[in-house]
Design a protein around this ligand. Sequence first.
Ligand code: NOJ
Length: 452
Amino acid sequence: MPMTDETKEDLISVDPASVADDQLSELPQASPHIHETRKFPDGFLWGTATAAHQVEGGNVNCDWCRWEQAGHVLRGQVSGQACDQFNRYEEDFDLAAELGNNAHRLSIEWARIEPEDGRFDQEAILHYRRVLEALRKRGLSPMVTLWHFTLPQWFADRGGWEWSGAVSRFARYSEKMAEELGDLIDLWVTINEPMIYLGQSYGTGVWPPGKKGIWRVLRVFSRLVRAHRASYDRLHRQLDRDGYRARVGIAKNVVTYEPYRRYSELDSVFIRLADRLFNHQFFIWTRGKHDFIGVNYYFHYRIRYRPTKISSFFHEVHTENREVSDLGWEINPDGMFDTLMSMSRYGLPVYVTENGIASADDGKRPRALVSMVKEIYHAIKAGVDVRGYYHWSLLDNFEWEKGYDGKFGLVAVDFRNQQRQPRRSYYVYQDICRENGIRHDLLRFLGHGVRW
Ligand code: NOJ
């Protein structure tokens, strides 16, 4: 059940005198004065997130490149030069530093690092060394994803994650990255959004390899579970040996669900099942192999159970009377709070590894951004150990099957000439990052609808 803001404020403003001594240590701090800046814990990480294929450009040796060439992306778009970040990373990291960030999430492109089975490209490794050094030089702590949806062509040709050699190859690549780049990386993400990948690539089939089928889904799920476990172990083995403190996890897309028909038992049972399957199953199968919980939060689904709708896994998502982004995704900041509360069950530090909205005119982004960050603040006050927030994304970029139609950037990119233009939300986020908190003025400036 979503909490109201009032309930959340109640939660953080309990009178300590009314509480027994042994409960005191569990009490959140008292509520600040209404006009005070809502401060985040010292050392909180403020960043943005990106992924190699979506921003680098020229990534031609992977499964997505062929998929694009075959015309599977909206209106036949291809990623092409993307944001040309392969060449422009210095300029882009300047923008991130200017934003007041102290962290950045990016991914390493496996297809560049290992262009053929077992052959590691030293030039490519050197490139990522320079990229990571450029981040560190600017005081941006790197969080690195090893696999963010794109597979090397040779790996895809052998069956991708259905191939029996998949897990050992991913483990080998992980270990190599620890060996080569371990001195520069603070936080490691083995796999990005395993359940979304399963749904898109083997469920609806809109991503490569586009092979549908429940048995494939189960096989690939089990491979991804084993791939994460193996990668976790290899990273730790190598990094511990080299004397680095390894912190390894995944970035898990978490969906908050709500029954469409309030009094429908069917809708309620379905959402409990969906929550367990989609949000928790991967963590359950990889228990003990996470040093933190990474959460990508984008989706709040108001669900109506429809046993006849096989094509959409027996449900419809409704957004009538709700605020939505350019892609039609509901903007639901309460869901951020609920997600963080729910993820605290694992007893590990939590990072919001992604969150953002598509808004080409930037109209809805400033408010959405502040509301989401405000919910993180409330979750911290309610006792969740949230350590960082990475906004998706720094720049407009290649949004998979939607091509360049989803504009997620704090900075707009003109893809004809690669010009970068910060949007208004860039300065809103800058205010938050520089303050390490939310100034009261910021809420007022955003007008109606955003309150403590
Ligand atoms: C999460 C994915 O990790 C990222 O690649 C994608 O662009 C964003 N969601 C927005 O859809």
